[in-house]
Write a protein that binds this ligand. Structure first.
Ligand code: C2E
Ligand code: CA
Ligand code: CA
Length: 719
């Protein structure tokens, strides 16, 4: 009897209940109820008809019956191979038809199996579909392994990934014992690293037919053998550009190599794994792009905000606290300008990795902006814990760098906001911490400050001040004060430093520390700076004698190539002798080292005015540029002068500065002398001139002129 005849016979046996099993042995359907024509043909099987359910038999019951009758020899089983007639398919369909008598009735069991290629095709479709739905790689690979194991029942399948440190990482192996997968995870690939580690290392398949004897398994066979794994055939999964991404392995319970079908399966699977893993790479790159900072590889602001929201939700339940540390680097812009952006990038990267040592698992770290970082601290935090962390942040930032052979030191200004106290929302908390950080910068940089509600009010006041400042010049509210600078040789007033004041109609006398930075930020500094130069020249030209006058310049004034012309014109209009005018600049102007600043300094030197280096010692104090630029005077910052009598370090610095300056032919002024002792000390170290509250406060023009006549009128004239 041929298969076709048998099928036909079934067609003509309408009362025979028939069960249909699919390619992996699952019960797919039953013939219709008794009495109805049963039209079961190979073609219909191939087209996967869904059959009406018959009676209350379930799959288990069917199998149960089948097992019994089969065992009792009551079944007739015929195997048939048919070519599928569905269009263009031309696949071989295997049919297994069993007929059996049970409970005095005839039953039929029909199983159909597609050829492996077809089934592989189905697996492939399923995997690609899963990828399209965005399922995680692990889940997709898990399904792949299970399907493959159904197709090739004697194998156990495993997929591993190779991480950037060239270690094997477990992705999927649903049928391997968990302890085995865990033991494999993290093993380095190598020339003798089992089947997978070696395959990934060599970039070619490794067939180990007997784990018990193969030398590649020497170090690992004790892991595999006790679990019944006897042979392992592993193939490298390669990307489309040839990189080894992972390994795809078949384990066997007996000592053997792969058969033809298995080779065909693995070919398809390697291709699928490649697509899935490359897809995952692209996905995680896209994720990284969206959520991380490409330079430091830290989280970016978006990711940080998300993470902070999660942590806030968490502490709302546990009653713990989060502290946001907003870190702004001090003087970073100057480094960028001085050493170039590549060096700046390098420093940002190191700062990133230094800060990373301070965050624990649950916490978060991000680069929020150019030179700004943020850290979250979580726990039962007391103010002391938070302050301790802020100090640690400051300390790691302050560790010196060596860039281009030069030691460099940065500082950090840190603003801290605490959740849920200051806010329960992430973006507000970050904003508050940022406000506190800006406040820290205004206060003079270099440490940390906690956010306070008043800060918001301060920011608003600042905005109002900015509006007022725009009108200050035209309303004549700016005024110049003068502080005398005494010669230590003659005791006469050698110079006056012009110091700007803002006579605010409501707030009274405002100090420059409050409005100069603001003027710099809102672009008013050029206009104000020019006014100061012209006004000072005009006033000083009328002073008795040949006393000098010093004007402070903002570094931003060097961005305007007109500065030389402005000074020249101020001298000409006022008739002030150029030798009486000194311009005070800070080191940052020299550090910029840009063509415009150099050209301007040359232009000023040609005019015959002198240049003083202000606040010396607080910046980079790279002394090499003292030779490169034409500087006439150094003003030692008051912080050194203040500490000279108490700190050996400060005393040594002052001594070194004086020696160096004198050897280069520069004059030295000590700033901020407040006591008799300090005066004696700076005199002892050989400074040429002195400025400070001890010898004279900044005062109005009238008071200064009066003092000038009094002091210089009676003091011995300068030699
Ligand atoms: P600076 O150039 O270092 O000026 C010296 C500052 O130290 C002045 O503060 C002065 O009042 C203060 N001072 C003088 N003697 C002592 C002392 O013995 N002890 C202490 N603790 N301080 C002393 P002021 O007038 O508040 O000016 C602050 C800063 O504002 C100046 O620092 C300067 O950088 C800037 N500034 C002042 N006027 C101008 C200006 O017209 N243009 C520009 N761009 N900046 C200016
Ligand atoms: Ca100054
Ligand atoms: Ca100064």
């Amino acid at each position: 009897m041929t298969a076709r005849e048998d099928v036909l016979r079934l067609e003509h046996a309408p009362h025979t209940p028939i069960a249909l099993f699919d390619e992996v042995g699952r019960l797919r359907g039953w013939s219709p109820a008794f009495g109805e024509a049963c039209t079961l043909t190979a073609n219909q099987l191939a087209h996967r008809h869904v059959w009406d359910l018959w009676l209350d038999l379930d799959a288990e019951r069917w199998n149960d019956i089948w097992q019994k009758v089969h065992a009792n020899g009551l079944a007739i089983v015929i195997q048939v191979k048919e070519r599928c007639s569905c269009q263009g398919c031309n696949e071989i369909v295997e049919l297994e038809i069993g007929r059996f008598l049970y409970d005095e009735r005839w039953f039929a069991k029909i199983e159909y199996r597609r050829a492996a290629a077809w089934r592989l095709h189905l697996i492939q479709q399923e995997v690609l579909e899963a990828m399209a739905y965005g399922l995680p790689l692990k889940a997709i690979m898990d399904t792949l392994c299970r399907k493959v194991e159904q197709l090739a029942p004697s194998v156990t399948c495993s997929v591993l990934e190779v991480d950037p440190q060239l270690r094997l990482r477990h992705i999927a192996s649903p049928s391997l014992p968990e302890e085995y997968s865990a033991a494999i995870d993290g093993l380095p690939i190598g020339a003798k690293a089992g089947s997978c580690g070696t395959a990934a290392y060599r970039g070619e398949p490794v067939e180990v037919v007997d784990i018990a004897t193969d030398p590649l398994w020497e170090d690992y066979r004790q892991l595999a053998l006790p679990l019944g794994l006897r042979a392992c055939w592993s193939s490298p999964i390669k990307s489309s550009d040839g990189r080894v991404l992972g390994a795809f392995a078949f384990y066997y319970p007996r000592s053997r190599g792969p058969n033809l079908l298995e080779r065909q399966i693995v070919r398809t699977c390697l291709h699928l794994c490649m697509i899935a893993m490359e897809h995952e790479e692209t996905r995680s790159r896209a994720y990284e792009y969206a959520f991380s900072d490409p330079l430091t590889r830290l989280a970016n602001r978006t990711r940080f905000q998300q993470r902070l929201s999660e942590l806030l939700a968490l502490v709302a339940e546990t009653g713990q606290k989060v502290a946001v540390h907003y870190v702004g680097l001090d003087r970073f812009q100057a480094i960028n300008e001085m050493l170039g952006y590549a060096a700046g990038d390098e420093i940002l990267q190191s700062i990133g990795s230094r800060l990373a040592t301070l965050v624990r698992d649950r916490e978060a770290l991000a680069r929020i902006g150019g030179d700004e970082f943020a850290l979250v601290q979580v726990g039962d935090l007391k103010d002391d814990d938070v302050a301790g962390q802020a100090r640690r942040i400051g300390a790691v930032v302050e560790e010196p760098f060596i860039v281009a052979g030069q030691p460099l030191q940065l500082g950090a200004s840190i603003g801290i906001a605490i959740g849920p106290e200051d806010s329960k929302t992430a973006d507000v908390l970050i904003h508050n911490a940022a406000l506190a950080m800006r406040r820290m910068k205004e206060l003079g940089r270099g440490t940390y400050v906690f956010y306070e509600k008043q800060l918001n009010e301060r920011m608003q006041r600042r905005r109002r001040t900015e509006l007022d400042l725009r009108n200050a010049l035209s309303r004549g509210e700016l005024e110049l004060y003068f502080q005398p600078i005494f010669s230590l040789k003659t005791g006469a007033i050698e110079q006056a430093e012009a110091l700007l004041r803002w006579n605010h109609p409501e707030r009274g006398m405002v100090l420059p520390s409050e409005f100069i930075p603001l003027a710099e930020q809102c672009g008013l500094i050029q206009e104000i700076g020019e006014w100061v130069i012209r006004k000072v020249c005009a006033l000083a030209a009328k002073w008795p004698g040949s006393v000098g006058v010093a004007v402070n310049l903002s570094p931003l004034q060097f961005e305007n190539s007109d500065l030389g012309k402005v000074v020249a014109s101020a001298l000409e209009v006022s008739g002030l002798d150029p030798s009486r005018l000194e311009l005070e600049i800070t080191e940052s102007v020299l550090l910029r080292d840009c063509a415009i600043s150099i050209a301007i300094l040359d232009e000023l030197a040609e005019l015959g005015v002198s240049i003083a280096l202000d606040d010396f010692g607080t910046g980079f104090s790279s002394l090499s540029y003292l030779q490169r630029f034409k500087v006439d005077r150094i003003k030692i910052d008051h912080s050194f002068v203040r500490d000279m009598n108490t700190s050996e370090g400060s005393l040594k610095i002052v001594r070194a500065i004086v020696m160096l300056a004198h050897s280069l032919g520069l004059k030295v002024t000590a700033e901020g002398v407040e006591t008799d002792d300090q005066l004696a000390a700076v005199r002892g170290e050989g400074c040429d001139a002195v400025q400070g509250f001890y010898t004279g406060f900044p005062c109005s023009l009238a008071e200064f002129v009066e003092q000038l006549e009094r002091v210089n009128g009676s003091a011995a004239p300068a030699a």
